[in-house]
Design a protein around this ligand. Structure first.
Ligand SMILES: NC(=O)c1ccc[n+]([C@@H]2O[C@H](COP(=O)([O-])OP(=O)(O)OC[C@H]3O[C@@H](n4cnc5c(N)ncnc54)[C@H](OP(=O)(O)O)[C@@H]3O)[C@@H](O)[C@H]2O)c1
Length: 331
């Protein structure tokens, strides 16, 4: 059946300006790192994407290697687009990335011009697109001159294969360098994609100041710390969780008694505000004015709907901000 998006899709989402650019991004964006690969249930993946778009999520974030298998999230997303969503292409901001290992041999990893441009062509083919809106250097490559990586992004813009250039996982200093090089080429750096959550606050040590200074937007990935900042792990490790997967990035060993105590205190505070812990954690990240969007993941539509309610949050009193600081402790 052809997908027809909800006519109400633009009534509740908030859209934030991305740095100094002309582009608005939804306050909540959806990432396809997990749950969209060839090993996952396609119908569930499609349902999540449709629910997201119906809720005003216009931004979908991918990378060449998302799956598993690598590339299969892009393939599945391409299939979903082709089943009725591509009519809405001009309402969508689709991003992809290259930077981590994607194929064998010396040209399938890192930050070389050879890798980035070949990978971009492969991503476009997998998704059946003529262009992506944002293309990221997924990580800084110490073995490739920054000038080469940034020139590859600039070439992709000039070839019309991407609309905007982005960087991910770059330090404040590397960001300043990348922004300067891109500016000199006439392609401003649109956006930085760092990890940022209540449990991982490295961006507060200089990166956010740098982004503000450069007029670069910030989309915070893993704002729920891969699910830790939800009610999932308060009492046990459920079978349907990332931590239960022995090959995942979130290991059981991360869930220490010390962490569980913090999570329970945060959950209690969330409850007193009429929120779930996930909603509290997302609203807290969005409360940082330099954050353009929180880039969430979801295993199913229930999680997505729960997380989206962060937009209805009550805001934070000074007392609540300091209570959260006390619970989180030194960072
Ligand atoms: N640039 C980079 O290097 C980089 C790295 C990582 C991620 N990213 C991007 O960021 C996106 C999001 O990352 P992430 O998936 O780690 O984000 P996240 O939002 O921190 O974690 C998502 C996970 O949290 C759990 N969850 C989500 N909503 C929930 C809810 N309301 N209640 C209970 N549990 C909930 C689910 O875990 P379970 O599956 O356990 O149920 C879900 O898979 C990725 O898809 C990708 O686009 C980028």
């Amino acid at each position: 059946m052809t997908y027809n998006p909800s006519p109400d899709r633009y009534t509740t989402m908030q859209y934030n300006r991305c740095g100094n650019s002309g582009l608005l991004l939804p306050a909540v964006s959806l990432g396809l790192w997990h749950n969209f690969g060839s090993v996952d249930d396609f119908n569930n993946a499609e349902e999540i994407i449709h629910t997201a778009f119906d809720s005003g999520i216009t931004h979908f974030d991918l990378a060449n290697n998302y799956g598993p298998g690598p590339g299969s999230a892009e393939e599945n997303f391409g299939k979903i687009l082709n089943k009725g969503m591509s009519r809405h292409r001009d309402e969508l901001i689709i991003s992809t990335k290259a930077g981590y290992l994607m194929w064998d041999g010396p040209y399938g990893d890192g930050g070389s011009r050879k890798y980035l441009l070949a990978s971009l062509d492969q991503s476009l083919k997998r998704m059946g697109l003529n262009y992506v809106d944002i293309f990221y250097s997924h990580r800084p490559d110490p073995d490739t001159p920054m000038e080469e990586t940034m020139a590859a992004l600039d070439s992709a813009v000039k070839q019309g294969k991407i609309l905007y250039a982005g960087i991910s996982n770059y330090s404040a200093e590397q960001t300043a360098n990348a922004a300067r090089i891109l500016r000199s080429l006439g392609t401003p750096c649109l956006i930085h994609q760092p990890r940022y959550s209540m449990l991982d606050r490295w961006v507060e040590e200089g990166l956010l100041d740098r982004l503000e200074k450069e007029g670069i937007g910030c989309i915070a990935f893993s704002p729920l710390a891969q699910g830790l900042l939800t009610n999932k792990y308060l009492h046990k490790i459920p079978a349907d969780s990332r931590a239960a997967n022995p090959f995942g990035f979130l290991q059981k060993s991360a869930i220490t008694p010390h962490l569980i105590k913090k999570l329970r205190n945060l959950d209690q505070l969330a409850g007193s505000r009429g929120q779930s812990l996930a909603q509290l954690a997302l609203e807290w990240v969005l409360n940082e004015p330099r954050v353009t969007s929180v880039l969430i993941g979801a295993r199913n539509t229930n999680q997505l709907k729960d997380s989206l309610k962060c937009l209805e949050g009550p805001g934070f009193t000074e007392k609540e901000v300091s209570t959260i600081e006390k619970i989180l402790g030194p960072h």
